[in-house]
Design a binder for this molecule. Sequence first.
Ligand SMILES: Cc1cc2nc3c(=O)[nH]c(=O)nc-3n(C[C@H](O)[C@H](O)[C@H](O)COP(=O)(O)O)c2cc1C
Length: 252
Amino acid sequence: MKIYNICFSPTGGTKKVADIISRGFSEQFEFIDLTEKSFDNDISIKSDDIAIISVPSYGGRVPEVAVKRIMKLKGNGAKTVLVCVYGNRAYEDALVELQDTVVDAGFNVLAGIAAIAEHSIARCYATGRPDEQDKNTLNEFVKKIKQKLDSNDINNIQLKGNRPYKKFNGVSMVPKPTNKCNKCGLCAEKCPVSAIDINNPKNVDSSKCIACMRCVSICPQSSRKVNKVLLSGATLALKSVCSKRKECELFV
Ligand SMILES: Cc1cc2nc3c(=O)[nH]c(=O)nc-3n(C[C@H](O)[C@H](O)[C@H](O)COP(=O)(O)O)c2cc1C
């Protein structure tokens, strides 16, 4: 039996949660990075394997690119843990959308969790999460799944969320380089949707950009930024819904 940690995580918050859960099963797991354009979709997952499939929630939905990449995998009935990570506002229909996607890809859902990580756009919300308290909850989650596996009582789980899913209206916040940019090209190389011109990182295809903030978080010069006015407007708009701590929700 192998453990697969299959994760889409542009700025690393989802991966932090996914890693804690994966390590709860075993220190030895195979990491499939769905954030990379060239991720390995040729893996042979078997029915007795366990897959932990993790995505962030964008506007209450699974990012479209993550849906497309999960659909390229062949689940072969592997027992699967769904992980939806959000920035302390709401995850809405993302967990049920993730469930439908992985079922379509042939996985067999065992459990799900909505967990919280630092908000990747407005970093003043859920700052430093997942924290120690989250870590305890995530380990408790793994313990419950193991009990479920031991008891062989693999009944259906009821997740929170609606079908049809809410409409995702997009987030129009395209990061651009400041004059600190030395054109190293890392942003273009690592952009999950190839929205950045490798020869001139100032050129961003805004029809492709998903505002995931990966380029902002990985730039070695801290050069890439979103428009300050847009960012402070968004931060202010989120204040009332994001400020009060939310806790992980477990579905086992
Ligand atoms: C485009 C975009 C939309 C987002 N929408 C939401 C949202 O609706 N609710 C929420 O709580 N967090 C939202 N977030 C925050 C992310 O879900 C959260 O920070 C997540 O941990 C990011 O994952 P990552 O660190 O793996 O990139 C959004 C982030 C981005 C980039």
